[in-house]
Write a protein that binds this ligand. Structure first.
Ligand code: TPP
Length: 570
């Protein structure tokens, strides 16, 4: 209390720490805060309405973390509030996923008072050993910045630094808020100066040098191509890449994690490159190129069909947020955004190689087939025909994450998946967060494809979706268990079986009334009719569609990746 009084006397425009924090969240574009209440964060939550922040109220912290991740991928950044120990630890899987996949989530944890922490009191939600640092240490490894608000003296500075780091590095940060700090006073005048979210500028001389080197190779290359991956999205280089694609006219490809980064309707777009799992014709085009402009690559196993990339360093220029590598030479401490901008400005007109025909539309054999079974080969190209511009499309780890490689998106679709971290259940939570962010912005459609196994982990988010009046379309792939796992190991093993649920009835249990419609789809004709149904395409309620597919069917990319994973596990 004494510290607070002194601070108050010295400040001309005192403001409570929590109000300061929440006003900063609002300033950077956050409108809704995810989380679960607990006695160590309740008083802080009282500040939300005054700061124009909406409280989502998730069913558990893991879901809240996934939802915050989904919200950030649509909104740019998000916040999550949990309570000490029990709450924050439940969110850690989601936070680790956000760290791994470069998603900016601000995790705020309500803690016991600073005094009781110093005294090592035997409080609820502790390990009973007086260690109040243990949970912070756990979060530190999956956060790019830790701000412990233990003193009003530096609280505002720490909050500003945390938010800036979160944005610039596009990774989660961890902020502790002890209950005696909630109303401690900080200098409110600081709010008159917005947090500086600008990227540190590249050293101009170095940047010019790297641009020259890139152009030197680009101008003599015979058949250069552009390959766009996840970090283009996460490190916000989309505009630079769009301009590069446009001005260069080069054949452009995306990786699975890069889907949505470029306009797939564009004449330069050639399809998905993922080594052996690429769209038809794509691996030949990419692998025969003498210069691949690889932007924001994350060459993980599931993003490369089990490391089957065949693009050597000698033919590659890699653009990243912290370095650029031209063939075998690495230029550290340089951000791709500045380099790409100047490459676009300074490049000479190029003579691009012909773009390969996109062959990932419905194969001819499927067009003439009279089979009514919904197979992956048939489903994913059909989904591409149904999607609309600006849709947000989420896919879960499992068959959906691989199937979507064969879906050609209309313009400006946002794709959300967790190809690197791959925690099942993620997409159900992320769907809630993404749908909310979309509604706050311009009400785009949010569409989820999730397996019957994965949805069982986080299904309660359907309840949060109803509570927050969100209207996503959720497709549950009912294929009798963990098909992706069967392809890796244990084809008939009981551990890959699940209890079949009546998915379409679940929202009713969660209190859905006329704000919900369920569908059970077993044939191609039924799905075609559904897609053509005008009512179905109106985003006025939650819609959940059970789609029945064979247990042993999978997209080609999954089969190859699973084979490689099984081999590596030996
Ligand atoms: N637990 C977590 C949290 N994440 C995981 N990735 C796994 C376990 C292992 N795992 C990966 S995929 C999968 C499991 C258990 C099964 C997914 O099955 P389902 O959702 O039915 O998808 P399908 O392949 O059948 O479409």
């Amino acid at each position: 209390m004494a510290t607070t009084d002194i601070a108050t006397r010295e400040l001309e425009n005192p403001i409570d720490v929590t109000e300061y924090l929440f006003r900063r969240l609002y300033e950077v574009g956050i409108r809704s805060v995810h989380g679960v209440p607990g006695d160590y964060n309740l008083a802080a939550l009282d500040y939300l309405p005054n700061c124009d922040l909406n409280w989502v109220g998730n069913c558990n912290e893991l879901n809240a973390g996934y939802a915050a991740d989904g919200y950030a991928r649509v909104n740019g950044i998000s916040a999550l509030v949990t309570t000490f120990g029990v709450g924050e630890l439940s969110a850690l899987n989601a936070i680790a996923g956000a760290y791994s996949e470069f998603v900016p989530v601000i995790h705020i944890v309500g803690q016991p008072t600073t005094q009781s922490q110093k005294d090592g009191m035997l409080l609820h939600h502790t390990l009973g050993n007086g260690d109040f640092n243990v949970f912070t240490k756990m979060s530190a490894g999956i956060s790019c910045y830790v701000a412990r608000l233990n003193d009003p003296y530096d609280a505002a500075t720490l909050i500003d630094s945390a938010i800036r780091e979160c944005w610039i590095r596009s990774r989660p940060v961890y902020i502790t808020l002890p209950t005696d700090m909630v109303a401690a006073k900080v200098n409110g005048d600081r709010l008159k100066t917005p947090i500086d979210l600008a990227l540190p500028k590249n050293d101009p001389e170095k940047e010019d040098y790297v641009v020259d080197v890139v152009l030197k190779y680009l101008h003599v290359a015979k058949n250069p191509v552009i390959l766009v991956d996840a970090c283009t999205i996460r490190h916000r280089a989309l505009e630079e890449v769009r301009d590069l694609v446009e001005k260069s006219g080069l054949p452009t490809f995306v990786t699975p994690m890069g889907k949505g980064a470029v306009n797939e309707d564009h004449k330069n777009f050639g399809g998905v490159y993922a080594g052996n799992g690429s769209n038809a014709g794509v691996s030949e085009a990419v692998e025969s190129s003498d210069l691949i402009l690889s932007i924001g690559a994350i060459k993980s196993d599931f993003n490369t069909t089990g490391f089957t990339y065949r693009v050597g360093k000698l033919n590659t220029i890699d653009f990243h947020s912290t370095f650029v590598r031209v063939r075998y030479s690495e230029y550290p401490d340089i951000n791709m955004k500045g380099v790409l901008r100047k490459v676009v400005e300074r490049m000479n007109p190029l003579t691009p190689a012909p773009i390969p025909l996109i062959t990932n539309r419905l194969p001819e054999s499927e067009q003439v087939s009279t089979d009514q079974t919904i197979t992956h080969k048939w489903l994913w190209p059909i989904v591409g025909q149904w999607l609309k511009e600006k849709d947000i499309v989420l896919t879960e780890t499992g068959t959906a994450n691989f199937g979507i490689w064969e879906t050609r998106f209309p313009a400006n679709v946002t794709a959300i998946s967790q190809v690197l971290w791959g925690s099942i259940g993620y997409s159900m939570g992320a769907c809630q967060g993404a749908a909310l962010a979309a509604k706050e912005q311009e009400d785009r459609r949010t569409i989820l494809f999730i397996g019957d196994g994965s949805i069982q982990l986080t299904v309660q988010e359907l309840s949060t979706i109803l509570r927050n009046k969100l209207n996503p379309i959720v497709f549950v792939i009912c294929n009798d268990g963990y098909t992706i796992e069967r392809y890796i190991h244990g084809w008939d093993a009981s551990y890959n079986d699940i209890q079949p649920w009546e998915f379409i009835n679940i929202p009713k249990v969660f209190g859905a009334k006329d704000n919900y419609q369920g569908y059970r789809i077993k044939t191609r004709d039924e799905l075609n009719q559904l897609f053509a149904d005008e009512n179905f395409n109106v985003s006025d309620k939650l819609r959940l569609v059970e789609v029945y597919m064979p247990r042993d069917d999978a997209p080609a990319g999954l089969k190859l990746t699973a084979e490689a994973a099984a081999h590596r596990n030996n």
